[in-house]
Design a protein around this ligand. Structure first.
Ligand SMILES: N[C@@H](CCC(=O)N[C@@H](CS)C(=O)NCC(=O)O)C(=O)O
Length: 231
């Protein structure tokens, strides 16, 4: 049986991490038997991040994209009805969700004081109280430095919102009244885009970013549909 190493569930999501949520959804879509093992500390994983899967022979495969490739090598086709052109579009949507939209969610959770107050307890409540303050302060500082270097951390909330709005519009336009990005059935891009929209919407404190999704009937219904279809 495959073991999915994942960050725990929270805020009504499969996992705090949209990448872990995506991996869980892909495992569900593939139909392979699997079990989850919740973890708080990913440092011993091959890439120092979660998700990862453990195979029965002991091999550990990190990264949701590699997990996808592994499941495809085992014979599951997540994009069964997609043309080569749609597969190219799918790849671009996945990158947009994971390499751009995701970091807006990070800024929203880790950069917003009200959100951080809740996140800190939810994510790190397992740490002994005397250490928690020190460790979380360092993790937050490191995370915000990375965001600053990337550029998003230098923008105001409003500037970030303006930056990400065209991505959300692209998702709505691609949906074009369909249930999923490429039609009636979820494909791998839905696992990625849906998980990232769901994570934003599920942030514990309402923010301009989370409201942009939850107040949008198309995107909020789509994120919920992705979760339901992959449960
Ligand atoms: N490209 C990776 C990204 C995974 C990722 O960034 N995971 C985050 C959680 S959302 C993580 O493990 N962060 C912990 C850390 O960086 O120390 C994937 O698709 O799996």
């Amino acid at each position: 049986m495959i073991t999915l190493y994942t960050f725990p569930s929270g805020f009504g999501q499969f996992s705090y991490s949209p990448f872990c949520t995506k991996a869980g959804w892909l495992l569900n879509l593939s139909g392979v038997p699997w079990a989850r093992k919740d973890m708080h500390d990913p440092r011993k994983m091959p890439l120092g991040k979660l998700p990862a899967i453990g195979l029965p022979d002991g091999e550990v495969i990190p990264d949701s994209d590699n997990i996808r490739s592994y499941l495809e090598q085992q014979g599951h086709d997540f994009d069964v009805d997609l043309s080569a052109r749609n597969k190219a579009v799918s790849r671009a949507f996945i990158r947009m969700a994971e390499e751009h939209i995701y970091f807006h969610q990070v800024m929203d959770r880790w950069g917003d004081e009200a959100n951080w107050a809740v996140i800190r307890k939810e994510y790190f409540g397992f740490l002994p109280a005397p250490l928690r303050g020190l460790i979380t302060a360092k993790l937050r500082k490191d995370s915000m430095s990375a965001m600053h270097r990337m550029g998003l951390g230098r923008m105001t909330v409003q500037q970030r919102l303006e930056r990400v709005k065209p991505d959300f519009q692209a998702i709505s336009d691609q949906l074009d009244a369909r249930a999923f990005l490429f039609g009636d059935t979820p494909s791998v891009a839905d696992a990625s885009v849906g998980a990232n929209l769901g994570a934003i919407m599920a942030g514990p404190v309402s923010t301009p970013l989370s409201r942009r999704i939850s107040d949008d009937p198309v995107l909020s219904a789509y994120a919920t549909r992705c979760a339901d279809a992959t449960d």
